[in-house]
Write a protein of this length. Structure first.
Lengths: 224, 323
């Protein structure tokens, strides 16, 4: 029968030469290891926006938790006020280097100290207290600034979403001082003894007059 | 012969794939130090304010000291122009961007585009509201500065009086950090009444115009709190023209040289010294460390600011503390 020859079992089959197989394997392998195309998800940048500061930050809850779980326990290891005042009187710069805490860059520094002293004056927004022959003030009026937030050295701006939230913490700590601590001092009288822990801004130099430090109290107790 | 040809083809394929991998490596591996250009871009919100000129020029000069070709891009307070600058610097293959943004939220996209192109961004002074875009943010602690300023404001004006607040650019977080810091103090004194609060965009001329208009309705104010020093000078000019410069106290923020001098002369009651040179130098040094391989940086570093009043003005000058 005429026609195309039918392949038979004894005819040799057309085979790919082995070098082409090698090249093919190499090409496929390279495509796997080094894909020439990269599929990018166009919505990825938007998704990563979850790391923006839009997430709600609850300054009240954060400050309340920090106050009870970290700040108050840390008062037991705060610098002794008597020791601090001796160091401050001797050399404000050295005292700040040894005892003060700073946040970020700049010259602002804060002390965290505890002590007991005798009340020598009761003024409109502060008490004057004598400790070891030195006078300090304890704030009893409206509280402003970052002394409590920055004074302990336990908080860092990178623990919260941003500066606005960090600032909100300051305001909340100040509110807690006014709500929880200062009421204990409202009956203060000259001659009484006060035991306290608090934060104070470190002065660059000794004041010409008046108290050496003004403490924002985080804990206070009066004894007659 | 055929075998040799095939092996040559295979070798070429291997080499071409390997070279493709090499050229895409920086984009895929952000941790790898870049072997790119020696150029650093300084993108600044505006050069129409001496304070930002100092910020930008200090950043540029510090980058040059560290061995880079540094170029300043002026965004002219225009987010669209800022985006164009980022397009250009990404296309030009800059090694890093020292960045003072126009918009805390709107500028995030620019920083992310640079990051995708493996160009690290280091923010200066103004914050962007994202924690995963810039490598680091060196920021003025505006809120704290205005808390101190607010306390001094109460001391100077008293617990009763009328005042005006001139806000900066409303999209800038610094505007609100300053305003909130100030109000956290002043609002505790109910006798202090804010009779007007209006934006003057951190601009001296705009502040002059805005306060002139406000004075028509409120000629009996006691003080003006301005969100920056350029606006404080504009407000002072408006008060001077109205014959009220001696009666109305003006408070600024920045520590610009002309305002520090005006504080010394008793024309401006107080300002707050930011430290643009410290921020700019730190940002440039961070960029240099990054380019050399360091990868761990705190996302935010606040820079403390200081009150400049008649008692402390002798300590300050040239956009910082006198040595």
């Amino acid at each position: 029968m005429a026609g195309n020859p039918t392949p038979s079992a004894d005819q040799p089959r057309a085979r790919l030469p082995w070098p082409w197989i090698v090249v093919g394997v190499i090409v496929v392998g390279l495509f796997v290891v080094y894909p020439p195309l990269k599929i990018a998800n166009k919505s990825a940048p938007a998704a990563s926006g979850s790391a923006t500061n839009t997430a709600a930050f609850d300054a009240v809850a954060f400050a309340g938790r920090f106050w009870s779980e970290e700040l108050l326990p840390a008062t037991s290891t705060a610098t002794d006020a008597g020791t601090l005042l001796v160091a401050l009187r001797a050399d404000p710069a050295a005292s700040a280097k040894t005892h003060a805490h700073r946040v970020g860059l700049g010259s602002a520094a804060y002390y965290f100290a505890r002590g007991t002293g005798r009340i020598t004056a009761v003024e409109r927004s502060r008490l004057l207290v004598e400790i070891g022959g030195e006078t300090v003030a304890i704030r009893t009026g409206p509280v402003f600034g970052n002394a409590v937030r920055d004074g302990t050295g336990l908080l860092d701006v990178n623990q919260v979403p941003g500066l606005a939230e960090f600032n909100a913490l300051s305001a909340e700590f100040n509110r807690l001082v006014e709500a929880r601590v200062q009421p204990a001092l409202k009956d203060a009288a000259v001659g009484a003894t006060v035991t306290f822990a608090g934060c104070a801004e470190a002065p660059e130099s000794l004041p010409a007059s008046g108290p050496l430090l003004t403490f924002i109290p985080v804990q206070a107790e009066l004894q007659p | 012969m055929k075998l040799i040809r095939l092996l040559a083809v295979a070798s070429l394929l291997v080499l071409s794939f390997a070279s493709c991998k090499q050229s895409s490596a920086p984009a895929d591996d952000a941790a790898a130090p870049k072997a790119s250009s020696n150029k650093v871009a300084v993108v600044v919100s505006t050069l129409n304010n001496p304070w930002f000129v100092v910020l930008a020029e200090t950043a540029r000069d510090r980058a040059k000291e560290l061995g880079y070709d540094a170029v300043i891009f002026d965004s002219q307070n225009d987010p669209a122009m800022e985006a164009q600058h980022f397009d250009n610097l990404i296309a030009s293959g800059y090694s890093a961007v020292l960045f003072n943004c126009t918009d805390a939220k709107g500028s995030i996209a620019n920083v992310r585009r640079a990051k995708t192109a493996d160009i690290p961004v280091f923010c200066m002074d103004r914050e962007i509201e994202a924690n995963d875009a810039a490598v680091s943010q060196i920021l003025s602690d505006n809120y704290s500065g205005c808390v101190a300023l607010g306390q001094y404001f109460v001391e100077q004006v008293g617990e009763e009086g009328k005042y005006v607040e001139l806000l900066g650019i409303v999209a800038d977080t610094n505007t609100w950090n300053r305003s909130k810091g100030f109000h956290s103090v002043v609002d505790r004194y109910p006798g202090l009444k804010m009779v007007a609060q209006q934006s003057a965009d951190f601009d001296r001329t705009r502040a002059l115009e805005v306060l002139e208009a406000i004075l028509q309705a409120h000629p009996d104010i006691d003080a003006v709190f301005c969100g920056n020093d350029a606006m404080a000078m504009g407000a002072y000019q408006a008060l001077l023209a109205a014959g009220k410069a001696d009666k109305v106290k003006v408070f600024g923020f920045d520590g610009a040289d002309d305002v520090v001098k005006a504080v010394a002369e008793g024309k401006i009651a107080a300002t707050v010294m930011q430290f643009p040179k410290t921020m700019a130098r730190t940002a440039a040094e961070n960029a240099d460390k990054y380019i050399k391989g360091q990868r761990e940086f705190p996302q935010r570093t606040p820079v403390a600011v200081e009150l400049v009043n008649s008692e402390t003005v002798h300590k300050f000058g040239d956009y910082g503390r006198k040595n």
